[in-house]
Design a protein around this ligand. Structure first.
Ligand code: UDP
Length: 374
């Protein structure tokens, strides 16, 4: 049986990796090993490792020795050493990583340096902040790229990745959205104790190159939200450099009945909350991915999702970190959009298993060579 390690570091990658992990767990050809690290371990961000444990995998390792600090490069170094030891013990045939976080970079480096096949899910996309550099660095180390759409494929080809290493499988989010029977909004409101009839979802992350401006950015955002008179479900950011500034400001707002705070919401419940929101505001990837999928309007603030959408993405309104501009966007939003998406058909897990089961995949050389075009 071939051993496959999945690295999960955050709620963000777990929601997307889960359908693939479940498919591997149920297969008789492969043995799934789950390595849980990064932000999942942090109590102040919701201890989301518990969600992974609850899902009941046979082989799961909680890498408590990787407890994150507020220094992303220090965390990366530490986790590379620890994961190297783990890989030495498990001796996997393949390591699967997702997206653009330090945990995925760690997994791809350890795999590439130890001659283990690395699959990168959802490479070839673009964003602002340090995630942009991380994602493309992962591309360089990964041996195989399973991307969400042909735009991502084109970017990887333009980066010189070889066509035989790239396959479009769609985004595994869509598997969860259309494949599962998600709870009703009333059930989710009850389970999360949401008292609002209508609400918006607010999710705002630091941009690590703009940390000096963060306090002012968040203050402008919250003033606009308060003045709008609407209710907001506020979800904590991820633990990127600067996030503690956001958390401090959130603590000052606790008790204000316009805002209901969550450290993190389980992916399946998050999807239901988002689907029924009046709009999404902030700079989360959910505003440019899941919200448009549901036709929910997005107010995307600042640079973090830069390059990830165009004027044709009609459900997304871009604003700067400015109270008036944000408020104006809130009061002028329509209720819903009809949006066409290109994130796949909801069969990513099936396509993933077909690739894992193919000779072609296992014969792909571990020595990479960039292919140059004229
Ligand atoms: N997400 C989730 N629960 C939450 C907040 C977000 O499952 O409480 C999911 C969300 O659907 C999205 C992903 O996590 O797919 C990324 O969201 P986040 O804003 O945390 O990170 P980003 O991708 O913007 O770095």
């Amino acid at each position: 049986m071939k051993r496959i390690i999945f690295v999960t570091g955050t709620r963000a990658d777990y929601g997307k990796l889960k359908p693939l992990m479940m498919a591997v767990e149920q297969s008789i050809e492969f043995e799934l090993h789950v390595y849980v690290t990064g932000m999942h371990l942090l109590t102040e961000y919701g201890s989301t490792f518990k969600e992974v444990v609850k899902d009941g995998y046979n082989h799961i390792y909680i890498a408590r020795e990787n407890m994150p600090t507020y220094n992303m490069s220090d965390d990366l170094g530490k986790s590379i050493s620890n994961f190297t030891r783990y890989v030495g013990e498990i001796r996997p045939d393949c390591i699967v990583v997702h997206g653009d976080r330090g945990d995925a970079l760690m997994g791809s480096i350890v795999g590439a340096f130890n001659n283990v096949h690395v699959i990168h899910i959802e490479g070839g996309e673009v964003t602002g902040t340090i995630d942009e550099s991380i994602r493309h660095a992962i591309t360089r180390f990964a041996h195989f790229h399973l991307v969400a759409n042909t735009s991502a494929e084109e970017l990887l080809l333009a980066m010189g990745e070889s066509p035989q290493r790239i396959k479009v499988i769609g985004s595994p989010d869509i598997d969860v959205i259309i494949g599962q029977s998600l709870a009703t909004i009333d059930e989710v409101k009850e389970s999360l104790k949401i008292p609002f009839d209508s609400y918006a979802v607010l999710l705002f992350h630091p941009v690590v190159t703009e940390v000096g401006l963060l306090q002012q950015q968040v203050t402008e955002l919250f003033k606009a939200c308060k003045e709008s008179g609407k209710k907001f479900i506020v979800i904590y950011p991820n633990n990127d450099h600067g996030s503690h500034i956001i958390l401090e400001l959130y603590k000052q707002l606790e008790g204000d009945d316009s805002f209901l705070f969550f450290k993190s919401v389980r992916f399946e419940e998050f999807l239901v909350v988002l689907q029924h929101a009046d709009f999404m505001i902030g700079n989360s990837s959910a505003g440019v991915r899941e919200a448009p999928y549901f036709g929910v309007p997005t107010i995307d603030i600042g640079t973090r999702q830069m390059g990830r959408y165009t004027k044709d993405d009609i459900s997304i309104t871009h604003v700067e970190y400015n109270r008036k501009e944000i408020l104006q966007a809130i009061v002028s939003l329509p209720r819903r959009y009809t949006v066409h998406h290109n994130w796949g058909q909801g069969n990513s897990a099936e396509l993933f298993m077909n690739i894992l089961g193919s000779e072609e995949f296992w014969q792909i050389p571990l020595q990479k060579q960039l292919s140059y075009k004229e």
